[in-house]
Design a protein around this ligand. Structure first.
Ligand code: HPA
Length: 266
């Protein structure tokens, strides 16, 4: 057991999170839905860097949503902050060490599919790694395979469940392919035309490394993007991070309803 896992085991006692949830930009509201929560700040966790981006907290939140023991990552490490891919996936690998079997990843993304009407949620059906980085480079991580299969990166049965729950709670849920880019600048209109031709429905600067690491550990993954804006060249206005955060906040209740539904919580 490494120092990070040993420290967290000591802090969380008998709690055994089964589901890990990664919160994207402006989606921290879900952390407030956790009952009997125990908050551990990154600054206190050995091996964890501090989280710096506006709109991100910097803590792991352990507790329950409904009957399910969960751990939330409130504050993500992004490649564009200069973190190496191993740091970006440190929380996910730590979740795996703590016994988490299912990972729910959320993010903010720009909409490329012309029929998307932001702010709206998009179930991630698949992704394209255009970050030119991979967290699995180098030594094979504990419990991981050298050449993990990626034919079903996002669990088909969890996606079916999410669609059903979204329908039940009256939340619109698009579905599509997420292109992960390095950032941190937003894309040019020409880049968005290229991504569209490559088959992307949405674009963002996160998620792909975490999903690769999770699949390498055999975790089931559900991914939900908040389409906060139409992508560059499709949107009539310039892109602005504050607006991305505001749009994320506008659908945080819908996101929470879908996640609660998937977890079987009322
Ligand atoms: N591009 C990349 N990342 C994003 C966007 C976008 O348009 N919106 C929110 N995150």
């Amino acid at each position: 057991m490494n120092a990070t896992t040993a420290f967290l085991r000591g802090r969380v006692g008998s709690r055994e999170p089964r589901v890990g949830i990664v919160l994207g930009s402006g989606l921290g509201g879900l952390a407030d839905a956790v009952e009997e929560s125990l908050v551990v700040r990154y600054a206190d966790i050995p091996g964890f860097p501090d989280s710096s981006v506006a709109g991100h907290r910097g803590e792991l939140v352990f507790g329950r949503i409904g009957e399910t023991e969960v751990v939330l990552q409130a504050g993500r490490f992004h490649l564009y902050e200069g973190h190496d891919p191993q740091t970006v996936v440190l929380p996910v690998r730590t979740f795996a060490e703590l016994g988490v079997e299912t990972l729910i990843v959320t993010n903010a993304a720009g909409g490329i599919c012309p029929t998307f009407s932001p702010p709206v949620l998009m179930l991630i059906a698949d992704h394209i790694n255009l970050m030119w980085r991979n967290p699995l480079l180098g030594r094979v991580g504990a419990g991981e395979s050298r050449f993990p299969d990626m034919s079903e990166p996002y669990c088909p049965s969890l996606r079916t469940l999410a669609r059903r729950r979204a329908l039940e709670v009256g939340v619109s849920l698009e579905e599509g392919v997420y292109a992960g880019v390095l950032g941190p600048n937003y894309e040019t209109p020409a880049e968005i035309r290229m991504l569209s031709r490559l088959g992307a429905d949405a674009v963002g600067m996160s998620t792909v490394p975490e999903v690769i690491a999770a699949r390498a550990r055999g975790m089931r993954v559900l991914g939900i993007s908040t389409i906060t804006n139409l992508a560059s060249g499709i949107s009539p206005s310039k892109l602005d991070h504050t607006e991305v955060l505001a749009a994320g906040a506008a659908v945080t209740n819908s996101l929470e309803a879908v996640v609660r539904g998937v977890l079987g919580a009322p």
